[in-house]
Ligand binder design. Structure first.
Ligand code: SF4
Length: 392
């Protein structure tokens, strides 16, 4: 917030919806496609490039400095390195050249990569890889329906290092059915032994419509709320002791290795999302707007080839909605939080004036204030969902 017009940087998200198979807990838009062909990936990449250029033209964004490219999914590492290279090149060419090197991230599953493939991504211009380890316990990986083993996950990390990556993120999931606090502590210790630059830890949620929801909704196989809180708190302590900065509710990094692309979302910075079900956000005019694409692959390819877009819905934010988003997203940044001066410059009110509930949250130790700035405390981070609800 605060920087105007062409000075404002932009981020690009490319959604790659293909996966080796569907995981039973996942509600992301993904399609099981174990044998993605050259023709299929080529057609999808063509559509992404066409959609991006049509958004840039429609919104007049070509002079914006590009800051990040993020390949998310799905399993983007199923794309072949030449296709990734073509996409990175096309996105870079579509915007003004930035003075700083841009961050290019690809999400990868351990069983979708090999040393050769990882070298290909590195040579294609990818600067950062985020590996979905999920657990270092084969029993838990089996429960999650993952196709890789703990051994394969460790090997994928080592291959990424050998391929040249100096910025590797590893993800784990906690709160899995049948997982004890001790099981979790072992996975965290195993992850720390690898010494990645970035770590994301996500609590499992049962999403309606998934296999897990049907299977576990009414059972006692999920860890208790107390156990889940203990898992998170253990990780907070262990990662702090290991020297990581806890900069987002679910995110830790070595100093200077924070994920730039994710931080863009939290700062309400502009981004274009291309691909099936991708969302875009532009902070102008007035209070900002977003749009999202069709979740159907066929409709997406047809729409983009016919008219350059496959938008399913859009919304223009009102001032109150924009304030609320800035508050909730800003509080996700545990170190930076909400800067009262920036908030007031945009909305004409300090955060405490806009959200009177913040006073009670401060007195309960869930939110801390320094002047007009607000930040979530560690206690608030554990209970973040209820803090955000109470802010409403
Ligand atoms: S690999 Fe990731 S995106 Fe694909 S189904 Fe599994 S959890 Fe979902």
């Amino acid at each position: 917030m605060g920087v105007q017009g062409e000075e404002r940087t932009i981020g690009v998200y490319l959604h790659i919806p293909f996966c080796l198979r569907k995981c039973p807990y996942c509600d992301f838009k993904s399609i099981a496609k174990p044998g993605l062909t050259h023709a299929e990936e080529g057609a999808y990449a063509d559509a992404l490039i066409k959609e991006l250029s049509s958004v840039i033209e429609r919104e007049g964004l070509s002079k914006r400095p590009l800051e990040t490219i993020y390949f998310g999914g799905g399993t983007p590492a199923l794309l072949s390195p030449p296709v990734v290279k073509r996409l990175v090149g096309s996105v870079r060419d579509a915007f003004a050249v930035h003075g700083k090197p841009i961050e290019v991230t690809i999400e990868a599953n351990p069983d979708a990569v090999s040393l050769e493939r990882l070298k290909g991504f590195y040579e294609a211009g990818v600067t950062r890889i985020s590996i979905g380890v999920q657990s270092l316990d084969d029993r838990i990986l089996g429960t999650l329906g993952r196709t890789h083993t703990a051994e394969r996950a460790v090997k994928a990390f080592k291959e990424a290092r050998a391929a040249g990556f100096e910025n590797i993120g590893l993800d784990l999931i906690f709160g899995v059915p049948g997982q004890s606090v001790e099981d979790w502590e072992k996975s965290v210790a195993g992850l720390l032994a690898l010494d990645p630059e970035h770590i994301s830890l996500y609590g499992l949620t049962l999403e309606e419509g998934t296999g897990f929801f049907k299977q576990y909704k009414d059972t006692k196989r999920l860890p208790t709320e107390d156990d889940v809180a203990e898992m998170y708190e253990h990780a907070v302590r262990a990662l702090k002791d290991a020297g990581y900065r806890h900069y987002g509710i679910s995110n830790w990094a070595r100093p200077g290795m924070e994920a730039v692309h994710n931080s863009r979302y939290w700062r309400s910075d502009d981004y274009i999302g291309c691909g099936v079900a991708a969302h875009s956000f532009l902070s102008f005019p007035e209070w900002g707007r977003r749009w999202w694409n069709t979740p159907s692959l066929e409709e997406y390819i047809e729409g983009v080839s016919a008219k350059g877009s496959a938008i399913k819905g859009d919304e223009t934010l009102a001032r109150n909605e924009s304030m609320l988003e800035s508050m909730v997203l800003g509080l996700r940044m545990l170190e930076r939080g909400i800067k009262g001066g920036c908030f007031r410059a945009r909305f004409g009110l300090f955060p405490k004036e806009a959200f009177p509930a913040s006073e009670a949250l401060i007195s309960e130790g869930l939110v801390a204030s320094s002047g007009e700035d607000l930040v979530l405390t560690h206690k608030g981070a554990v209970l973040s969902d209820s803090v955000f609800l109470r802010m409403l």
